[in-house]
Write a protein that binds this ligand. Structure first.
Ligand code: ATP
Length: 235
């Protein structure tokens, strides 16, 4: 099934101190796919993204990306491989302007998205070029956070709850951006609590429970599985 995967996570365990957060997680992502991790608070979704990014100190198992084992590599090595992470708390520089945020990207791979393409995706950011991060709305901050990781040149994007706390109209705008990124060939792994948002976008959905992927659904299986997924999510 996972032939041709660009990312394979196999038997991943992760700990925070003595407390275990991932208990043998398995999933894969193919090139050009959008895979969504669904699950309740505390299920381990964020820890999975942080583990891939090299941000969890104690872990075991395999994280293979483009035939290279990353699980023992430091975060900056992983970033140079073209993987970028947009954390739930967004990771922008609040005291800097939009322009400064976009011109000070984190570790660069090659081929960062040019500013004019950033503006085409996020017209608001052009209007807000000189505004300080703290003056932006939640939606603008989220867009800036995504724009920043596009500036790194990464083509594999990890997005942690990009719609959290945002108004429905902004959620729709972010969905449109994610759809366009998919069309442009980006590969995405996304954590999303907002199942209705995720439902329109992803190719596959991995349900995470107690630090494991307990079930995976393709988009065409979603209608039949909606009730089951809602039970998993406790909605
Ligand atoms: P959420 O949507 O709330 O972020 P999640 O599915 O992403 O949920 P994680 O954040 O990965 O879940 O958390 C998995 C487990 O690890 C939880 O039990 C959580 O309490 C614990 N955990 C997360 N971060 C830390 C930390 N920095 N120190 C200790 N325990 C942590």
């Amino acid at each position: 099934e996972n032939n041709g995967a660009i990312l394979t996570v196999a038997d991943l365990h992760a700990w925070y101190g003595e407390s275990k957060a991932l208990h043998g997680m398995n999933f894969h992502v193919k090139p050009g796919e959008l895979v969504t991790l669904l699950g309740r608070n505390g299920a381990g979704k964020t820890t999975a993204l942080r583990s891939i990014m090299g941000l969890v100190r104690r872990k075991s198992g395999a994280i293979r990306f483009a035939d290279e084992e990353l699980s023992h590599r430091p975060a900056e090595f992983i970033a140079r491989r073209g993987i970028a992470y947009c954390p739930e708390e967004r990771g922008i520089f609040a005291s800097l302007s939009v322009g400064e945020n976009l011109e000070l990207p984190p570790v660069i791979a090659t081929g960062g998205m040019p500013i004019d393409e950033i503006f085409a995706l996020f017209p608001n950011l052009k209007r807000r070029w000189s505004s300080q991060g703290t003056k932006l709305s939640g939606g603008e901050q989220q867009m800036l956070a995504i724009a920043r990781i596009l500036r790194t040149g990464a083509k594999f994007l990890l997005l942690d709850e990009p719609t959290e706390g945002l108004a429905p109209v902004i959620v729709q705008q972010i969905a449109a951006v994610i759809q366009r990124l998919k069309e442009q060939g980006y590969t995405l792994l996304m954590v999303e609590q907002n199942f209705r948002f995720a439902a329109k976008l992803a190719d596959r959905y991995c349900v995470v429970e107690h630090g494991r992927v307990v079930e995976t659904f393709r988009r065409d299986e979603l209608d039949a599985a909606t009730h089951k997924i809602e039970v998993y999510l406790g909605v």
